[in-house]
Design a protein around this ligand. Sequence first.
Ligand code: ZN
Length: 251
Amino acid sequence: MLLLLLNSVTSFSQFPRFKVLAFYSDKVERDHRAFASDAIKFFKDLTVGNGFVFDTTSNMSDLDEEKLKPYTLIMWLNDFPHTSAQRDAFTKYMESGGGWLGFHVAGYNDKDTNWPWFVQFLGGAIFYNNNWPPMPAKMVIEDNNHPITKGLPQNYISPSNEWYQWKPSPRENKNVKVLASLSVDNYPLGLKDIIRNGDTPVMWSNTQYRMVYMNIGHGDKIFMDATQNKMIIAAMRYLVAADKKGNVFKD
Ligand code: ZN
């Protein structure tokens, strides 16, 4: 009885361990909305037992210094900031040790984006091309010693996704750790738009920040593969454990 009581007291003070805020838009293309809606369900299911708080917002103005303060980690599921105030708030959050997990279109940038800080944050990666239609692809896990990829097989077939290639590739940046990429066995990848060759990093971290970007995030099939789901959970866990704000996720 006493033990039970002690357990419940401990639980009360220990949980939830951290808070996540996920940004999404319901005004973007259908396949990106489908991913966001599946992702929200996926992460909310992981909060069972009140282990952590998973808040969501479709209002990009919540990218605000005060509003971000309680959150150990923010996610961009299918959108990115649209005003300089939102960009500035995000820059400040990340420069002061905030955590970010970005999926797919969240990392999109081209010559019209005009946000050099974000390009360096992403490791220098600029969108170059993509395959179409969305397709499954063979993934290479590049380093099984990293906490995110530990225990994963060297290869798996990812569910259908639209894959982006980058020029420059983030791999050229010495601060970037590439964790997963598309196998060259996939080429030519696509029917209408074809990725024919080259290096296609899919998941990486710019080690100057508490961040992970993963290119998966297009369509309603993303969460159909247990291996990939395990990787997504590990990425979230890694980012939270590495919290520089003192809210360390203790194992
Ligand atoms: Zn897409």
